[in-house]
Design a protein around this ligand. Sequence first.
Ligand code: FAD
Length: 485
Amino acid sequence: MSAKQQVNNKTTLGEHAIVIGGSIAGLLTARVLSDYFERVTIFEADTPPDEAVPRKGVPQGSHVHGLLAGGGAVITKFFPDIHEDLLAAGVEYGDAMTDVRMFVGGRWSPRIESGINQYVMSRPLLEATVRKHTLAIPNVELRVATSVSAYAHSTRDAHGAGPTHSTREASSTTNATKTVVTGVTLEEGGESIAADFVADVSGRNSKASTWIEQLGYARPQRTTIGIDVGYVTFEMQGPPDKERDWSFVFTTPGSIPDETRGAGLFCIEGGRYLVTAAGNHKDYPPTDWAGFLAFLKGLPYPDIYEEIKDLQPIGEAKEYRYASYLRRHYEQLSDFPAGLVVLGDAMCSFNPIYGQGMTVAAKEAEYLDVCLLKCVENGNMDNLAQSFFAGAAKFIDAAWDGVTVEDFRYPQTRGDRPKGFAVAKWLNSKFFALSATDPEFAVAFSKVFHLMEPPSSVLKPKYLLKALFAKKPVYDKSPPAQRST
Ligand SMILES: Cc1cc2nc3c(=O)[nH]c(=O)nc-3n(C[C@H](O)[C@H](O)[C@H](O)COP(=O)(O)OP(=O)(O)OC[C@H]3O[C@@H](n4cnc5c(N)ncnc54)[C@H](O)[C@@H]3O)c2cc1C
């Protein structure tokens, strides 16, 4: 790697970095790369609108998107001014336990002060605001309506000598030579754009694994877990004068595996309500308004139905079918091209019900920052991808294990139950039971759910002992408690 250069008081690792994909994960990645490269170009296939409205390239954007507190913390760290901007746009920001009404596992979550703060807004507003702040960075550029169709590459001596030649004969790559990704090829016109570093953040349908295979590398192993979740969403104007003691309401199946239905109601900017109904294992919600309301009325507790039954939907229902989790195990590859990483849904796509995708992507960007700083200290980017994938796999594992254990309770769920599944399932149910009666534990458990703390933070003897004796709470059909403050 070239000698370090100082640009705008920042240390750089090269002249140009490219980000493929300008959605949440791509924008946050560009923010990180802007500290290390003289300029960063984001290539985005879609043309994101200036306004906060759903767009074609992110079809999931019409549906309820929860930003976990762990993700919000990373975003506000990257963009210190964004908080004010979000509030000015009408985003609600409050305590993730006090200001939220949640029916989880057959009981109401305690509405206690947790100190865990969460933003509630539409996905398009979050993306538009993050985009605005990313593009305010002087060395970041977004090229819209520009699809990337391949990586440009060359080979170099594996012991560090610089690029030797440019070739498509990638299958001849051996231990003695190393492929270096040297940029990207654009779909339209086939133009090659050179870069010192490429981040592939092009979402779940990313072609990264195919493209590295074409360069002579093994494809990553995939893990899929089939859950067949269906989402149906309606938007409406919320009642103007009604008092609310919540920013969102959330209902999950009361008893798994017997129940498959849940829903989320968000109060988003502009006083609008966004309601998503979800059904696991092909128990898809209806798309007509009357059927949708009936679905909500039939939930373990019909509070979302009560909140919206007299309102009028704006426009048609939006529908999304999500068949399976998909994880590509880049961390298991023994060899990987230099000058490239893969992040976001391109690496791991989670069951959307648990709201982890954007937060895990934010944490990946944060961890890429750590790895790049190490590169600056070392004076080269050797093994950057390997270190990044290995570190990211640890917190992806934590997020993945915490929620897949719940989905595996359904016998219909497709995929291999992990070793120790029976113990993990038992422990999780004990933790849910304890969080119903022990406020201190409820907060600690919630911090793990919000990806603020690792699972080890609740695996402490004091909690494990209490959890051992925790009794399963009764299935609670009583009305929800009001916010206490
Ligand atoms: C129904 C649903 C609900 C969800 N709910 C939540 C939630 O509540 N909370 C949460 O945190 N997450 C949620 N997620 C996940 C969340 O949407 C993603 O994790 C998040 O968008 C980050 O993804 P990404 O940026 O990696 O990819 P995406 O958002 O999919 O974006 C990929 C981008 O790459 C662009 N692109 C693709 N190919 C190319 C190419 N060749 N060249 C240039 N550009 C390209 C696309 O146009 C797109 O803009 C949900 C997902 C779904 C499906």
